[in-house]
Design a protein. Structure first.
Length: 461
């Protein structure tokens, strides 16, 4: 006897309770925050780079689920692959056989990193980082990992130990004995390596927090330093990988960089089934899995599951067939150049930086007295409030979803689905121009909202 379960009926009956359910049973601060900034929307459906609400209004997604939705939502090829793998009724996750899909996905991934040889599949970006940390420590026999200030590598205990943001680390000590160095500072790296206990440096080629790119030549020089001291280079490509920056991996922007371990996740999922992957050199894997006794020394219960592998294969197929990476280069350059052209027009706009479709818009202290006094008032209450003041009208007035790139930062990070087109670029730039016009007028709803944010910031102290 089977009991019927109707998911559609359940959502129709209880979907309107979404914010109450979350506040009662999950992270109670999330709905509170969303209500405060006016992000408590109800989206009914999504496709590509767009959402729609119950009234049929469309919203442009410039956040892509923090980079997960690389191909946008519900790409038909990925959907079909997921339906296909479910319909095949595979004998999945038996744990004592070798299914073909993990091998096929590993083979396909490695074609984009020909200097690497093997892959471990887990379930998330933080798990990919955890795997890399373990592999580096075991392969080198050394305990310490170096990471960069302001890095974000995840929030589980190991990856949190290499997270460069104090706000995430506070209250969770003791963490692993790892050490931060400034991004781009080769002298600081060399000083730490001379101590002889460093297993690896883990680095985002472009940091997600603030959208800061490693200086030209840094990755290559860091790699040479590390190898000279028998340490490894780990490239965290969880957000920057799979075409985000205009190459398949962001480290490929710099000639001669060949990391020993590479972490990927997010976009590899197609937006459906969580997946993470740690790619590495043959000798590292063979040292970790050195005998049959160590065959399960590092594993994941849901790693290499058929649904995730099918989605990953479909994603890579779409990227090749639709020439996604080339499209990112063109669209990203158009978006960045049009935004950069506004810097001279708006004194509150300090910088536009990034690569491909990973772009940071930074705001800074204006020169005019009236704007400067208001800016100072916001900064005194809480750094980052002005960027949030831009984010809110982009959503409320122009139906464009964005978000600041990190706590206490006056930076908006644009990481839209890689399938956005020229019309989407036009829509965003027009909306952003309208919001900045309002901010520079010295009046309007933006500054009124700023007062609300200040009150909320003071209340949260």
């Amino acid at each position: 006897m089977t009991t019927e379960f109707d998911l559609g009926a359940l959502l129709a009956e209880r979907g309107a309770e979404r914010y109450d359910l979350h506040g009662k049973y999950l992270n109670h601060q999330l709905p509170r925050m969303l209500h405060t900034i006016g992000f408590d929307k109800v989206y009914e459906r999504a496709e590509g780079a767009h959402f729609w609400d119950a009234d049929g209004n469309d919203y442009l997604d410039m956040l892509a689920g923090f980079g997960v939705m690389g191909l946008g939502r519900h790409h038909p090829v990925v959907r079909k692959a997921l339906h296909d793998v479910l319909d095949l009724n595979l004998a999945d996750l038996t744990r004592f056989d070798c299914q073909p899909l993990p091998g096929l996905l590993a083979e396909k991934l490695l074609t984009h990193s020909p200097h690497l040889d093997r892959v471990f599949f887990g379930n998330s970006g933080t798990e990919a980082v955890e795997s890399a940390l373990k592999f580096a420590r075991y392969a080198t026999g050394r305990p310490r990992i170096l990471y960069c200030d302001h890095a974000f590598h995840g929030l589980t205990t190991g990856s949190l130990s290499v997270n460069g943001e104090r706000g995430f680390r506070d209250g969770f000590a003791p963490l692993l004995p790892d050490t931060a160095v400034p991004l781009g500072d080769l002298d600081a790296l060399a000083r730490e390596l001379k101590k002889g206990d460093v297993a690896a440096l883990i680095v985002e080629p472009i940091q997600g927090k603030g959208v800061h790119e490693a200086p030209p030549g840094y990755l290559r020089a860091a790699q040479e330093l590390l190898h000279r001291h028998k340490a490894l280079l780990i490239a965290d490509e969880v957000q920057t990988g799979l075409g985000r920056t205009g190459d398949f991996y962001a480290y490929q922007h710099e000639e001669g960089v060949e990391p020993d371990l590479v972490c990927v996740a997010k976009a590899l999922s197609g937006g459906y089934v969580p997946v993470g992957a740690t790619l590495g050199k043959d000798w590292i894997f063979k040292k970790v899995y050195s005998s049959m006794d160590r065959v399960l020394v590092h594993s994941a219960s849901f790693g290499s599951n058929a649904q995730a592998m099918a989605c990953g294969l479909a994603v890579l197929s779409v990227m090749e067939n639709e020439q996604i990476v080339a499209g990112v280069r063109g669209t990203g350059e158009l978006l960045k150049s049009r935004l950069a052209a506004l810097i001279d027009k708006y004194e509150l706009l300090a910088d536009v930086r990034g690569r491909g479709l990973m772009i940071g818009i930074e705001f800074g202290r204006p020169s005019s007295l009236k704007l400067r006094s208001r800016w100072t008032m916001l900064q005194a209450a809480r750094k980052g409030l002005f960027a949030q003041m831009v984010v809110v009208p982009l959503l409320e007035r122009h139906r464009i979803l964005t978000q600041v790139s990190g706590d206490h930062l006056e930076v908006i990070k644009l990481i839209p689905p890689l399938v956005v087109d020229e019309a989407d670029v036009d829509r965003f730039v027009d909306a952003f121009t309208s919001v900045m016009d309002d901010a520079h007028s010295g009046g309007g709803l933006m500054w009124d909202f700023g007062k609300t944010l200040i009150k909320q910031a003071v209340a949260n102290r």
